[in-house]
Design a protein around this ligand. Structure first.
Ligand code: ADP
Length: 170
């Protein structure tokens, strides 16, 4: 979708940032910016199967990401794709070896370590790189932002305007 030539990639293929993005928040955008800076380009891979009852459909989540990237002028070197099934298979199909994940609290660490090690077992060519967001985003999650909107407050301080608007009309 959005793609420009990598400025110099530190790895084989583009770095892949997978997640449910239900919806994208300022925390995700912070990680995308950092990953692009490190790897030259980044592919956001929206998972079709990571959440049981998503608030937004796969198409809506993808479209909100694209609109958010435009809003924040972050389209250069950033591609958005959706995937089904195992991340390890998707990485293999793309010939990519680096997975990006965000790390907020120590509580993220346990499940992330487990997932990274299982992924590496399933696809030994793969490694996971963890990036920490700016501390002003550290307490943000898609579910908390949704909860704020559900309780009647516009969450525009925590997500791009297009996302805040979509949440207020859910
Ligand atoms: P998943 O269901 O795969 O965890 P999410 O969309 O919730 O999907 O998260 C995708 C990735 O983004 C995860 O690595 C998560 O830790 C990271 N992330 C989410 N919110 C933030 C944030 N506020 N700061 C940094 N990383 C974040």
């Amino acid at each position: 979708m959005f793609h420009s030539r990598a400025r110099g990639s530190a790895s084989k293929g583009s770095a892949v940032y997978p997640g449910s993005f239900d919806p994208i928040t300022n925390g995700h955008l912070d990680i995308i910016r950092r990953a692009r800076e490190l790897f030259g380009s980044v592919t956001i891979a929206v998972s079709n199967n990571s959440v049981k009852n998503p608030s937004f459909s796969l198409n809506e989540r993808q479209s909100l990401i694209i609109r958010s990237l435009r809003e924040r002028r972050l389209t250069q070197g950033v591609r958005v794709e959706v995937f089904d099934g195992l991340l390890t298979d998707y990485m293999r199909r793309r010939g990519a070896s680096v997975v990006i994940r965000g790390l907020r609290f120590i509580s993220d660490f346990e499940s992330e370590l487990q997932m990274a090690l299982m992924n590496r077992r399933l696809n030994p060519a793969m490694d996971t790189v963890y990036l920490m967001p700016d501390e002003k985003h550290i307490y943000l999650s898609s579910s908390l932002v949704k909860e704020i909107a559900r309780l009647g407050k516009n969450p525009k301080a925590f997500a791009p305007a297009c996302v805040a608007k979509a949440l207020m009309t859910l």
